[in-house]
Structures are given as structure tokens and as C-alpha cells.
Design a protein around this ligand. Structure first.
Ligand code: NAD
Length: 305
């Protein structure tokens, strides 16, 4: 199979001055894409500001014969980032919402500022960039989005209540973009990556980090955003260190109770085994699944207690 290429396409990578974003930017440029290297140049806690991070990556791409421009806006100004792509290259095809920071602190000590900043960068930032790209995607009937979640969002993580909330938010956001974009050939997927970067440098030993190169996350992202992918959308993928796996929601068999005054806490307790019974799981993909399931249950007299 020939290698996937991205000639004549424009890729916007947010937070591309380092870590995963830099790996994406270098890869897509090497495969023919025009790349907008966005980076605010902040510390991993979101402090400071510098154009250097983006400039260094743009220089590296150009030195290798690739096409790239820098953008130094915060992702909160998604309009300006997408405008950079339109001005420089006349189009936007692929958006990688990758920029991120941490404000880790136990929930007991969490301040509003810790909560707000994390949600501003991750949730509002991803929204603003996607919102600005959306009309272009719809008009050209082509668009690809990768949003970035985290295991912390999927499973919870000590000291990361703010980050967990924002990161699981990326999942619901992506699933809705996938549904709304389907008609326009807009494909949206979300990844929970694991990679050596300054974010993980302080919490993992060097020998582990050695096997977690950001480069090992890139191929999945490239496959998902390539024009040849027209079906895999709304997916959640764990990726890192050579491991790639899709995740999905699973619903237990559940207990169906009569909706009258017999529906008491005690009745719930008596159905607790059914509520937790994953021996015959279902894999819901939308709110309608729940309604259909409920209607079916109500039609089945034997399901009544
Ligand atoms: P990183 O700190 O190396 O890179 C993040 C980049 O985003 C930095 O260059 C930073 O300057 C930039 N940035 C921060 N705030 C910005 C803003 N408001 N506007 C524009 N740029 C901004 O981190 P990384 O490990 O490469 O993480 C990339 C993404 O992957 C993040 O969303 C992170 O939460 C997520 N993630 C990473 C891991 C991991 O193992 N590295 C795990 C789970 C999730």
C-alpha cells in the first residue's frame, strides 16, 4: 500500500510548538500538507507567552522543504487561527485540536481559576477552533477533526478534577460533531494519547518515556484524518507506545421497574444485580437507543416486576 499523503490540504495543529503537536506538524508537512503551526508558547501550567515555540517548528518544516506558517494566538481565538490558514493557504481541511495545559491540584484545594483556565483552554479552545473551521468544512464537503481527550477524563485521575471534566467533554463534543458532520463528509474522532512530553516528563521514569515517543501517536491520527477514511467517525481511541485500541460505551442489562409508587429505593436495591449485570451488554451510540430500549421494555409484560 502506498503511503498516505496530504498534498494540497491544509492542516491546523494547535499547540504544535512541542510534544504531540510538533510531531503532528512535522509529519503532515513531510507528507505534503500545508501546516499552520499554532502555539501560544506557554508553560505546561499555561504561564508566559512566546512565539518561539511555533517559529522553531515552522523553521524545521521549511528547512526540510515543507510548507508551514506560524500562528501565536491562544486557542480561545480560534477564528484568528483558522484565518491564518485561509490567508496563507486559501483553505482548511484538517483540524487537530491538541493544545493543552495542566493545573493539577487536589479537589479540596482547587480554586475557580484552576477550573476555569483548564476549561477555557481545552473545552472553549477546541470549540472555537472547530466552530471557525466548520463553515469551510461544510462548504467544501470535506473536513477532518481530531480532538484530544485523556485517560484522566475517561477514568478519573487524582488531582485532575478540572482536567478530567474538560477531557471527557472532548468525547461528547466529538460524538456530536461526528453526527452533525456526517452529511458533509466531516469526520471527527477523539484520542486519549499517552506520550513522552513535558506534560508526562515529571510523572514517568525515563525508560518508560523512551517507549512513548509522540511519533507513535501520529499514524493513527493520520489514518483517521485521511480522505480515504469516510466511515470511522465518532470514535474514541487510546493510543501510545505502539498500542492502539478503540473504546466504547457499554450498558448493563439493567433493571426495568414499574413506574408507579412501587418504584422505591428498596425496589432499586432488589434489582441491583440486573442494574450491574454486564453479561449481556449493549453498546449504545445515541440518546435514541435509550428511548427505543425503554419502549421495548415497556411493551414486554414479562419485564414488569
Ligand atoms: P505539551 O505541553 O508538550 O504541548 C502542549 C502545547 O500546547 C505547548 O506547546 C503549549 O505552549 C501549547 N498551548 C498551551 N495552551 C495553549 C493555548 N491556549 N493556545 C495555543 N497553544 C497552547 O503537551 P503534550 O503532552 O504534547 O499534550 C498535547 C495534548 O495531548 C494536550 O491536549 C494534552 O492534554 C493531551 N494529552 C497528552 C498526554 C500525554 O501523555 N502527553 C496524555 C493525555 C492527553
Amino acid at each position: 500500500m502506498s503511503e498516505l499523503r496530504f498534498d494540497n490540504q491544509t492542516v491546523v495543529v494547535t499547540g504544535a510548538g512541542g510534544g504531540l503537536g510538533k510531531a503532528y506538524a512535522l509529519f503532515f508537512a513531510s507528507r505534503g500538507a500545508n501546516v499552520v503551526v499554532n502555539d501560544l508558547g506557554v508553560s505546561h501550567k499555561g504561564e508566559g507567552k512566546s512565539g518561539k515555540a511555533a517559529d522553531v517548528v515552522v523553521e524545521e518544516i521549511r528547512a526540510a522543504g515543507g510548507k508551514a506558517v506560524a500562528n501565536y494566538d491562544s486557542v480561545e481565538n480560534g477564528d484568528a487561527i483558522i484565518e491564518t490558514a485561509i490567508k496563507a493557504f486559501g483553505r482548511i481541511d484538517i483540524l487537530l485540536n491538541n493544545a493543552g495545559i495542566l493545573r493539577d491540584v487536589s479537589f479540596k484545594n482547587m480554586k475557580d481559576a484552576d477550573w476555569d483556565l483548564i476549561n477555557t483552554v481545552h473545552t472553549y479552545g477546541a470549540y472555537k477552533c472547530a466552530r471557525a473551521a466548520w463553515p469551510h468544512f461544510r462548504k467544501q464537503k470535506f473536513g477532518r477533526v481530531i480532538n484530544t481527550a485523556s485517560a484522566a477524563g475517561l477514568f478519573g485521575s487524582f488531582g485532575q478534577a478540572n482536567y478530567s471534566a474538560a477531557k471527557l467533554g472532548q468525547v461528547g463534543f466529538t460524538e456530536t460533531l461526528a453526527k452533525e458532520g456526517a452529511k458533509y463528509n466531516i469526520i471527527a474522532n477523539v484520542i486519549a494519547p499517552i506520550a513522552a512530553s513535558r506534560m508526562t516528563a515529571t510523572v514517568m521514569p525515563p525508560d518508560v518515556l523512551e517507549n512513548l515517543k509522540p511519533d507513535w501517536v501520529v499514524p493513527l491520527v493520520a489514518a483517521l484524518v485521511h480522505s480515504s477514511n469516510t466511515t470511522e467517525t465518532g470514535g474514541i481511541y487510546e493510543v501510545g507506545g505502539g498500542h492502539v485500541a478503540k473504546l466504547r460505551w457499554e450498558r448493563a442489562k439493567g433493571g426495568l421497574l414499574k413506574t408507579d409508587d412501587s418504584l422505591t429505593p428498596g425496589a432499586i436495591a432488589r434489582k441491583w444485580n440486573d442494574v450491574n449485570d454486564f453479561s449481556q451488554p449493549e453498546y449504545p451510540t445515541g440518546p435514541a437507543d435509550f428511548m427505543a430500549f425503554l419502549e421495548d421494555g415497556l411493551k414486554t409484560p414479562s419485564a414488569q416486576p
